[in-house]
Design a protein around this ligand. Structure first.
Ligand code: TYM
Length: 349
């Protein structure tokens, strides 16, 4: 890969560099999704390798079944958000998971490769199933095997994600290693997670120890990509901080999770390093820094929310983009699934 390749990451020469990532259409996008994922997907688009971005609608029903109209709406909104943020559907392959049935077919094989013990160790399973594991869906338990299938169905070598997906990507590597070992093959690549930049873990605005999330009951805890300028300004103004001024060096953010979060968000939006931001704002009180942050957030986000709303006026065009993307995705996926079945010993007429 070129400039987008993270330093020190080596791809096995047997596999052409290919980027895959996905987002669940389980609600509106947050600033965490944007900075931790979509913005980086955009940066990774390049002419000399493929980028494949997916709306993982099959994953979206694992925690709870959604209202069908809501799922349809959220799927289209996510596609509009991807495009409004700069994903170019003529460059990247942009599609929804359920239209490429090979995802579930490969996931079945991986259900048989992965071990129950591996799934039980997943922190997201523990968090989402909570105390009532007996009542969680089987889909939620098997979720990481479907995620591994999403990635390995394309022989993807690099997967840009936020910090919270790291464990799932380690499991994807474990599945590829076990499959390759059990069948005496090197068919699946050992995928590299790409978790980089200042905003790999954007935290709640109300509690610097919790991830910013669309499922947090408090709307004030997150910036939604559809929030208007006044709402963004109000949420930033009310964001939890401490009484001290900002430090001039990154070490000064240790044990100040809320301050660190706001500086990280600023750095990611401004496309600067945390050190460079602190050189400018060190010594300022939050009463001065917060308006700078909300102005920058509005400047960056309002064109995206405007364009998302405009694209949503044409759902047929969005559906056509998904259909075209699914056709292109299938061209890569079909031979890889066929070869997998062949390796496993499934007779293919
Ligand atoms: P999901 O839909 O929860 O989140 C989508 C992406 O946004 C990132 N993200 C964050 N990054 C930084 N700070 C935050 N507060 C924050 N919140 C979310 C996530 O890390 C993710 O990159 N299992 C995945 C979807 C998936 C997938 C895949 C991803 C399914 N198949 C294959 C990569 C490859 C998920 O639930 O992401």
């Amino acid at each position: 890969m070129t400039a987008a390749q993270p330093e020190g990451v080596q791809t096995s020469p047997a596999f052409t560099p290919r980027v895959f990532s996905g987002i669940q259409p389980s609600g509106g996008l947050t600033l965490g999704n944007y900075l931790g994922a979509i913005k980086r997907f955009v940066d990774m688009q390049a002419d000399d390798f493929e980028t494949i971005y997916c709306v993982v609608d099959l994953h979206a029903i694992t925690a709870k079944l959604l209202e069908p109209d809501a799922l349809r709406q959220q799927t289209r909104e996510l596609v509009a958000g991807y495009i409004a943020s700069g994903i170019d559907p003529t460059k990247s392959i942009l599609f929804n998971q359920s239209q490429v049935v090979e995802h579930t077919q490969l996931a079945w094989i991986f259900n048989c490769v992965a071990r129950v013990g591996w799934m039980k160790r997943m922190t997201q399973w523990k968090d989402k199933a909570g105390k009532n594991q007996e009542n969680a869906s089987l889909g939620l338990f098997a979720y990481p095997a479907l995620m591994a299938a999403d990635i390995l169905l394309y022989h993807a070598t690099h997967v840009p994600v936020g910090e919270d997906q790291k464990q799932h990507l380690e499991l994807t590597r474990d599945i590829a290693i076990k499959f390759n070992h059990d069948y005496g093959t090197e068919f699946f690549p050992i995928t590299e997670p790409v978790i980089e930049g200042a905003a790999t873990r954007v935290m709640s605005l109300r509690d610097g120890s919790k991830k910013m999330s669309k499922s947090d009951p408090s709307d004030a805890s997150r910036i939604n990509m559809t929030d208007d300028a006044d709402t963004i300004a109000q949420k930033v103004r009310k964001a939890k901080t401490d009484p001290d001024a900002l430090p001039s060096e990154a070490e000064g953010l240790e044990r100040r999770p809320e301050a660190r979060n706001l500086v990280n968000i600023y750095a990611a939006l401004a496309e600067q390093s945390v050190e460079a931001v602190l050189r400018d704002v060190g010594g300022k009180p939050f009463s001065e820094f917060k308006p700078m942050l909300s102005d920058l957030a509005v400047e960056r986000l309002s064109p995206i929310s405007g364009e998302t709303a405009r694209l949503m006026l044409h759902p047929d065009e969005i559906d056509a983009i998904l259909r075209g993307g699914a056709d292109r995705a299938r061209e890569i996926a079909t031979p890889i699934l066929k070869k997998t079945y062949d390796i496993v010993g499934m007779v293919q007429g």
